[in-house]
Design a protein around this ligand. Structure first.
Ligand code: NAD
Ligand code: IPM
Ligand code: MN
Length: 356
């Protein structure tokens, strides 16, 4: 039976990179003898322009019905002045909520071939292999907020962060079980020296960890974690953290591998899972055909592994990306003298040639 994928390209480079990933999925399915069907749906600023909302109901329905969702990116300067509830970013936030995607996995690995691209020294970054487990449907992203009010005669705005014990329990369990399949080490990141939500987070993590005596658990404040990621990234195995801290730390960690254009993610929860690069719509390079498609191609590999249980095909895509890089192909975000200049299409072709 065919597996059905909802493709949501979104805005900016979203279309270019999801096109690339769909080509890779089609070729991989042919070689590994399974059937995929695709359906494209709008979201983000493009959807807002077409129908006045960033997340049309039929996009949500298609995502719920699909076996997996491949998502590009949303947003752009053009929509920066749209009323907050209709901003393009509401599309990805709305999908995460509608699909109950409480886990966001952001793997950060630095193959030797990319270590020279990091602004950090190669010996610091080579061999880094971190899994960031970001809570995705709670915290300050989904708390009450006020865009503007007058308080004591001055204008102010506020965003409320709250976390419940069950929300922290389920993400912690996921992180512990992920660590059991890796190197057995979990670092929980919070700001419990200041924030009440972080204090509840830390004591809940400690409590859940009692069920996992095989896991080495430690805790870092988020400011120190940001520094440790740059000082000694190899100390980390699994990092579990809140929605906001995970967002910020994963962009920082992306630099270890030289470019955010290499960083995939998987969002997992109660229904269909969603796969997307961690980067945005890159308005500065959109439409030029030069975006690095690898983050989305590697997100498609995660889709095959987690949603369709096609481990061999997923591995084939990951190896093909490694081989294309080893052959010297580089999109502008990673290009240096002496390498082969690639754009989105030629980088994708190089990956396609190596799928076997
Ligand atoms: P961004 O990730 O889009 O871009 C940051 C920088 O990285 C830019 O210089 C961009 O050119 C570069 N970059 C990103 N992806 C790349 C790729 N694949 N290849 C080469 N270079 C790449 O972040 P931003 O500029 O802060 O945000 C732009 C828009 O994207 C905003 O509207 C933001 O809200 C949105 N955004 C959306 C998502 C999402 O849909 N999940 C994620 C992040 C940001
Ligand atoms: C990400 C993005 C999103 C987030 C935005 C676009 C809502 O930055 O996926 O990292 O903050 O989660
Ligand atoms: Mn982000």
């Amino acid at each position: 039976m065919a597996n059905h994928i909802a493709v949501i390209p979104g805005d900016g480079i979203g279309r270019e990179i999801t096109d690339a990933a769909v080509k890779v999925l089609k070729k991989t399915a042919d070689i590994y003898h399974f059937e995929l069907t695709f359906e494209t749906k709008e979201a983000g600023g493009t959807a807002y322009d077409q129908c006045g909302v960033p997340l049309p109901e039929d996009t949500v329905e298609a995502a719920k019905q699909a076996d997996a969702v491949l998502f590009g990116a949303v947003g752009g300067d053009k929509w920066d002045h749209v009323t907050p509830k209709l901003r393009p970013e509401q599309a990805v936030l709305g999908l995460r909520k509608a699909l109950g995607l409480y886990v966001n996995l952001r793997p950060v690995s630095v193959p030797a071939v990319l270590s020279e691209y990091s602004p950090l020294k190669p010996d610091i970054v080579t061999g880094t292999d971190i899994l960031i487990v970001r809570e995705l449907v709670g915290g300050i992203y989904f708390g009450d907020r006020c865009e503007s009010e007058i308080h004591n005669g001055v204008e102010r705005a506020w965003d409320l962060e709250n976390y419940s014990v069950p929300e922290v329990q389920r993400i912690t369990k996921f992180a512990m079980e992920a660590a059991q399949k890796r190197r057995g080490h979990v670092t929980s990141v919070d700001k419990s020296n200041v924030l009440a939500t972080s204090r509840l987070w830390r004591r809940t993590v400690i409590d859940v960890a009692k069920q996992y005596p095989d896991i080495r658990l430690d805790h870092l404040y988020v400011d120190n974690c940001a520094m440790q990621l740059a000082l000694n990234p190899k100390q980390f195995d699994v990092i579990v953290t809140s929605n906001l801290f995970g967002d910020i730390l994963s962009d920082e960690a992306a630099v270890l591998g030289g470019s955010i254009g290499m960083m995939p993610s998987a969002s997992i929860g109660e229904q269909t899972s969603l796969y997307e690069p961690i980067h945005g719509s890159a308005p500065d390079i959109a439409g030029q055909g030069i975006a690095n498609p690898c983050a989305t191609i590697l997100s498609a590999a995660m889709l095959l592994r987690y949603s369709l249980k096609q481990d061999a095909a997923a591995g084939a895509i990951e190896r093909a990306v490694d081989k294309a890089l080893a052959e010297g192909w580089r999109t502008p975000d990673l290009y240096k003298d002496g390498f082969k200049k690639a754009n989105t299409a030629t980088m994708t072709d190089a990956v396609l040639r190596h799928i076997q």
